[in-house]
Design a protein around this ligand. Structure first.
Ligand SMILES: C[S@@+](CC[C@H](N)C(=O)[O-])C[C@H]1O[C@@H](n2cnc3c(N)ncnc32)[C@H](O)[C@@H]1O
Length: 203
């Protein structure tokens, strides 16, 4: 694999009041969504700990780690990380296969005047399914569906920074896809429940 660990220092800049209000609202809407859908949950949707992702996102900007500002959250759920990226000045996008999540993300982002372009589709590019096979019985990753990159009128190698929260132990799937499709120099940021946020660069 051509992925290289990037060393970065967590930003010490706290989220401002608008950012904090966005996260509080996002959390409330996600809690309500889980409550409403308890009999029919979207099993693959587990939100990341946004407050823990923030110091990494802010570090990308402050330490100028990425090659550019085009950002995509792969499997974006409520697109909260993409929303934080937009607050930081990234040209933020999100791809999510579950329509109900996209429909929940849109009013949240609009309520906070955050410009994130969303697509209801798959972040697995056509032909990439063989790289996305998971042996686990209950996988979070859904194969099939329209190409989310194309819906955003982008190619998979257009992203300067990709964020994903794969289920623990399945980071390699996202890494394989990123390694195959991202542009040289692009960054992959993954949230890994217990182990914190990781930043890797494609050589
Ligand atoms: C662990 S959740 C993370 C959600 C969000 N990124 C966050 O950090 O809060 C993974 C998300 O990926 C979505 N997903 C699974 N397979 C996908 C695919 N092929 N394309 C787009 N989204 C997918 C799931 O529906 C789920 O919302």
């Amino acid at each position: 694999m051509a992925l290289q660990e990037v060393s970065w220092r967590p930003s010490t800049t706290p989220l401002d009041a608008k950012g904090a209000a966005f996260l509080a609202d996002a959390q409330a809407r996600i809690d309500a969504f889980f409550e409403e859908r308890w009999q029919e949950p979207i099993v693959g949707f587990v939100p990341s700990d946004f407050a823990k992702v923030w110091p990494a996102l802010a570090a990308l900007m402050e330490q100028d780690l990425g090659p550019g500002r085009r950002f995509c959250e792969w499997g974006c759920g409520f697109a909260v990380v993409a929303g934080l990226a937009a607050r930081l000045g990234f040209d933020a996008h999100g791809i999510e296969i579950e329509r109900d999540l996209i429909e929940a993300a849109r009013p949240l982002l609009a309520a906070h005047q955050l410009e994130v372009k969303l697509a209801c589709g798959s972040f697995i590019p056509p032909g990439g399914e063989r790289l996305a096979q998971i042996k686990a019985e209950m996988a979070w990753l859904i194969t099939g569906g329209p190409d989310g990159h194309a819906l955003l009128q982008r190619e998979p190698d257009d992203w300067d920074v990709v964020f994903a929260y794969p289920w623990p132990g399945e980071e390699h799937v996202v890494e394989r896809l990123f390694d195959r499709y991202a542009a040289a120099g692009a960054l992959l940021v993954t949230y890994r429940t217990e182990k914190g946020t990781r930043v890797q660069r494609k050589r």
